[in-house]
Design a protein around this ligand. Structure first.
Ligand SMILES: CC(C)(COP(=O)(O)OP(=O)(O)OC[C@H]1O[C@@H](n2cnc3c(N)ncnc32)[C@H](O)[C@@H]1OP(=O)(O)O)[C@@H](O)C(=O)NCCC(=O)NCCS
Length: 349
């Protein structure tokens, strides 16, 4: 068995391997993962660790270089995704070995944190990542819908008209939230191609031509998800505009582009899962509109501190006194408390 990074000529072989992954929402593995090779500007062969046996790839792990915000500071971070082993080669330590190689590579490349979204929390827990649980909110449409304030116009995102203003809203709103990913204009362009599953519904609320708030929604495992949101930081009327956008996402529509085959829009749009945005003004505006809410804990985001001294220096805080896993994790919980941690589905890999 050879453990190494991907070669330039092996893109198709990698996609052939990943095509074996049974995915939801109608995806073939090949098509889903192709996007991470061709649409993600951070893709490089050295980001993909593979195991080769008898001339064919049997397992892979991909590093997604990102910058994560911690108290307003951009921290070099290695996202981990595309973790897959062929069925016949499982349970012999291959993925664990590749994750170890990827971890060393991330450290060598100066990545101070690693983030992943796990279906198997215990598996990654044994390998060094820790769950950074958040609470998502299940929102149900109010019995009587309230229309948006008369001066607020809700319309689908139009890149030519809205991109620059939405980039600015994102920079301010996400910039104030720990755990979100820094996204420059090229990151935005790739996010627009990668965030749909495969479709995305992107709405913008504007007043007198100025964007006040936006929501992005998609479908995940047949469920309506708000994958990202943002608004002007002044609470009024931007929080109200954002609540109006959430209400708009819950309105059934003809030829619903997000509703899974065979599901009526009325049923599909009766509830949605919202991210942990930590936005009390939005919560108040949603409450005033009479939304039903249910808190749902989500343990799947997992973090690992790869370089505690470097991270402490970057943040201007004392480094942990010891290097044990518990001490490093306690340090990370102090600088990046899970209770104030936000991740957008739109940033996932
Ligand atoms: C998850 C997945 C990548 C694991 O790949 P793998 O190569 O089998 O991983 P490993 O062999 O390193 O570890 C798998 C298990 O085998 C165990 N194991 C490792 N070496 C072993 C050995 N020599 N003998 C017996 N068991 C062993 C590990 O402890 C681990 O146990 P756990 O599941 O209880 O934690 C693989 O099951 C897969 O591709 N699943 C579908 C895609 C997927 O779910 N990806 C992850 C999404 S988060």
């Amino acid at each position: 068995m050879k453990i190494r990074i991907l070669e330039r000529t092996e893109h198709d072989a990698l996609l052939e391997l990943l095509d074996g992954w049974e995915l939801s929402d109608g995806w073939r593995g090949r098509e889903f993962f192709r996007r991470y090779l061709v649409e993600d500007p951070s893709f490089e062969e050295r980001n993909v660790w593979v195991a080769e046996e008898a001339g064919r790839l049997v397992s892979c792990v991909q590093i997604f270089p990102r910058e994560l915000r911690v108290e307003g500071v951009a921290v070099p971070t290695g996202g981990i995704g595309s973790v897959f082993t062929r069925e016949g080669s499982r349970n012999s330590g291959i993925a664990g070995t590749l994750l170890g190689c990827a971890t060393e590579a991330m450290r060598e490349r100066g990545m101070e944190l690693s983030l992943l979204f796990a279906a198997r929390v215990a598996f990654y827990g044994r390998l060094g990542w820790s769950s950074w649980p958040c609470t998502r909110t299940l929102l149900r449409a109010p019995a009587t819908a309230r229309s948006a304030p008369a001066d607020i116009e809700i319309a689908p995102f139009d890149p030519a008209r809205d991109l620059a203003q939405v980039v600015a809203l994102h920079a301010a709103y996400s910039g104030a939230r720990n755990g979100t990913t820094v996204r420059d204009t090229s990151g935005w362009r790739s996010s627009l191609r990668l965030a749909g599953n495969p479709h995305e519904e992107f709405l913008v609320a504007r007043r007198q031509g100025r964007a006040l708030a936006y929501t992005r929604a998609t479908v995940l495992s047949s469920f309506l998800m708000l994958s990202e949101l943002g608004r002007e930081l002044s609470a009024d009327p931007a929080a109200e505009a954002l609540a109006a956008l959430v209400a708009a996402a819950l309105e059934p529509r003809a030829n619903d582009p997000l509703a899974p085959a065979g599901k009526r829009s009325e049923e599909f749009r009766s509830r949605l899962l919202a991210p942990a945005a930590h936005d009390p003004e939005l919560d108040r505006a949603l409450g005033a509109r009479g939304f039903g809410t249910l808190a749902l804990p989500d343990p799947t985001a997992m973090l690992r501190c790869l370089a505690p001294e470097a991270l402490a220096k970057r943040l201007g805080v004392p480094a942990p006194a010891q290097r044990s896993r518990d001490a490093v994790e306690a340090f990370l919980r102090r600088v990046l408390p899970p209770e104030r941690f936000t991740t957008w589905l739109a940033d996932r890999f």
